[in-house]
Design a protein around this ligand. Structure first.
Ligand SMILES: NC(=O)c1ccc[n+]([C@@H]2O[C@H](COP(=O)([O-])OP(=O)(O)OC[C@H]3O[C@@H](n4cnc5c(N)ncnc54)[C@H](O)[C@@H]3O)[C@@H](O)[C@H]2O)c1
Length: 380
């Protein structure tokens, strides 16, 4: 038994706010991520209900509604419907800002899939719309809700790793050419907003910013190395200087066949924590036992490879791990929606708010600018 417990539990503590009526959601954009969000919302009966869906492709909306027991509505109908409290946007990334602002102006609370938008200016416009509306806005960044991410956040709050001095972030993923060809918007500046960093790497970039704090300077190179007919990068390398003085390296890609687990290493003066494939891979604190769990969740393997390789799960469960529930794809979305509903009820900012969304998009654009100019970029 290790000298300290690494207990991971879903982040769903109950509170007085559980007594209120469920927040009534409509989902917009019935594509790839929509079933995950639907399942997540349908798993929160006391907190949320999903009643309507909408898509510019009317047939897709009809089929989705029939499959999931929802009503179809047009965008104006959703905005005008007083029985809808909140809208969750699963549209292409460059369509997030305008739709979200319209929904906020119509008095709806809004959840936006990552990234918040594709430019910093669009993020700022959405922040301004949210401020004027008095409604709540969250950006999906579900990996903050993975149990082991929460464990690491708590360890940092307890100063268990001492002063953070370095971070090592690797996202060596793979996406096929067919993936990029599967939607007109994929791989475009206008609607995807970037490539392996803006679409895929942003999950880990947000996690990194949440755990280490803001970055103050970047120096980067990017390339389009192994795909055709895309405008954006499939390879990126950056060095980072954090506001707290820590140094970092960031490697992201969708060109590393067949795709490998994401890894986020945090190194402090008193110890190290390494997240790999959504799980705590290593925790080592001076004077205590080292915990190692070589694995990564089956879902993480699937995400890393874009589904091109069968998941191989080598988890060697320790005593603490054996007791924890299996964490499945979609659970983290569910936990983020639960936290969002509580934020609405308690009239507070959700954990991943518009400022967090803007910070991740801002850092990625600083990386793009450094790569374009060949010079370091300072972030304000
Ligand atoms: N959190 C995650 O793990 C995760 C995973 C995948 C995608 N995403 C994000 O979700 C968003 C959607 O990605 P996807 O892969 O599901 O895309 P997709 O292309 O599969 O689906 C997008 C859907 O939006 C519809 N649409 C487009 N414009 C619309 C509009 N103005 N109004 C209504 N519907 C509209 C399209 O017809 C399509 O059905 C992206 O921002 C992406 O980054 C997040």
């Amino acid at each position: 038994m290790p000298a300290f417990a690494v207990m991971s539990a879903p982040a769903t503590p109950s509170s007085a706010s559980e007594q209120a009526a469920p927040l009534r959601f409509a989902l917009v954009g019935c594509g790839a991520i929509a079933p995950t969000q639907t399942k997540a919302l349908q798993e929160l009966p006391g907190l949320a209900s999903l009643t309507h869906c909408c898509d510019i492709d009317a047939e897709r909306a009809r089929a989705f509604a029939a499959k999931h027991g929802l009503a179809v509505a047009s965008w104006p109908e959703l905005l005008a419907n007083p029985a809808i409290d909140a809208i969750t946007l699963c549209t292409p990334s460059g369509a997030h800002g305008t739709l979200a602002a319209e929904a906020l102006r119509a008095g709806k609370h809004v959840v936006v899939e990552k990234p918040m938008e594709v430019t910093v200016a669009a993020c700022d416009a959405l922040l301004a719309a949210q401020k004027a509306s008095g409604r709540r806005l969250a950006i999906i960044s579900q990996h903050r809700f993975d149990p082991d991410s929460q464990v690491v956040r708590r360890l940092l709050d307890e100063q268990a790793l001492g002063r953070l001095i370095a971070a090592d972030v690797r996202i060596p993923w793979y996406r096929t050419q067919e993936y990029y060809d599967s939607g007109d918007w994929r791989g475009t500046w206008a609607l995807d907003g970037g490539g392996c960093l803006m679409n895929q790497g942003i999950h880990t970039i947000d996690l990194m910013l949440w755990l280490l704090g803001p970055v103050k300077e970047v120096y980067a190179r990017v390339a389009t190395a192994a795909h055709e007919r895309i405008e954006v990068e499939d390879l990126a390398c950056a060095t980072l200087v954090f506001a707290n003085g820590a140094l970092g390296t960031l490697f992201g890609s969708t060109a590393c066949y067949p795709g490998f687990l994401v890894r986020l290493g945090l190194y402090g003066t008193e110890g190290s924590a390494i997240l790999e494939g959504d799980e705590l891979h290593t925790l080592a604190i001076k004077g205590r036992d080292t915990v190692q769990n070589v694995g990564g969740s089956a879902h993480a393997h699937q995400v890393a490879t874009g589904g091109t390789r069968k998941a191989v799960h080598h988890a060697e469960a320790g005593e603490a791990d054996a007791q924890r529930p299996v964490w499945k794809w979609g659970d983290a979305h569910r936990e983020q929606f639960a936290e969002f509903v509580r934020a609405v009820r308690e009239d507070r900012e959700p954990l991943v708010n518009g400022q967090s969304g803007r910070a991740a998009v801002g850092l990625i654009h600083a990386i793009y600018e450094s790569a374009r100019t060949g010079a370091p970029v300072r972030l304000s």
